[in-house]
Design a protein around this ligand. Structure first.
Ligand SMILES: Nc1nc2c(ncn2[C@@H]2O[C@H](COP(=O)(O)OP(=O)(O)OP(=O)(O)O)[C@@H](O)[C@H]2O)c(=O)[nH]1
Ligand SMILES: [Mg+2]
Length: 206
């Protein structure tokens, strides 16, 4: 059998290869409650074809998965999303999106290993689905920024109101975003990088 040329078929596409200039890689986890837009964000910003593990939602989820506000949602992440974005010639971020449904949260342990920071995506129409997520992140001591994903009909909360509602410490950055738009998702990741730099330079007193 002739395998010549099989590399060209099976090997990574050129755009998937890490540029030679990349010298630092950082792992970032994207977390948030059910259906807040995590898979959308990872897919929008990733420069490689994102890996997703979405399954079609079935009648079995009726009464378990609360679809209020996201009625058009038909798929849900059952393991993880994975993507990559170059922030500069040297710095590359590896993005890991978590499943939003609580029955898959046991996967968090592996997904957080080696993570330097996290993005908590929230849907301001359904803030309550994010409370447990933020509590669990704080228990882990992973630094995070909060990104409010703007859906149609999302109430416009001033940052201070969001901070109070989510019980966030004053230093945690809050940014608004549209998870479907690459530049917007990139800005969220830049906010996280700036926050991580600031923390490295001046860790908060405990
Ligand atoms: N209008 C609008 N719709 C969005 C936005 N982000 C996501 N969506 C839609 O909201 C639905 C849920 O998005 P997903 O990316 O699947 O959410 P998720 O957080 O990954 O969901 P789980 O993995 O099930 O927890 C999808 O139908 C998206 O198309 C947004 O910024 N604006
Ligand atoms: Mg998802």
């Amino acid at each position: 059998m002739d395998f010549s040329g099989s590399d060209a078929v099976l090997g990574p596409a050129n755009e998937d290869l890490l540029p030679d200039s990349a010298t630092a890689a950082v792992k970032v986890v994207v977390v948030g409650g059910f259906g807040v837009g995590k898979t959308t964000l990872v897919g929008a910003v990733s420069e490689i074809r994102p890996l997703t593990t979405e399954e079609t939602m079935t009648q079995a989820g009726a009464g378990v998965d609360d679809l209020a506000g996201i009625e058009r949602k038909s798929e849900t992440t059952v393991a993880m999303d994975f993507g990559r974005i170059s922030i500069s010639d040297e710095l590359v971020l590896y993005l890991f999106g978590t499943p939003g449904q609580e029955r898959f949260w046991f996967l968090w342990n592996g997904l957080f290993e080696g993570a330097l920071g996290a993005v908590v995506l929230v849907d301001t129409r359904r803030l309550e689905v994010s409370f447990d997520v933020i509590g669990r992140l704080e228990d882990r001591g992973v630094p995070f920024v909060v990104a409010a994903n703007v859906f149609p009909g999302s109430p416009a909360h001033p940052d201070q109101e969001l901070r109070t509602a989510l019980d966030l410490p004053p230093e945690v950055p809050i940014v608004a975003c549209d998870a479907r738009i690459r530049e917007s998702g990139r800005d969220v990741l830049l906010a996280l990088m700036h926050y991580l730099y600031d923390l490295a330079e001046a860790p908060p007193a405990r």
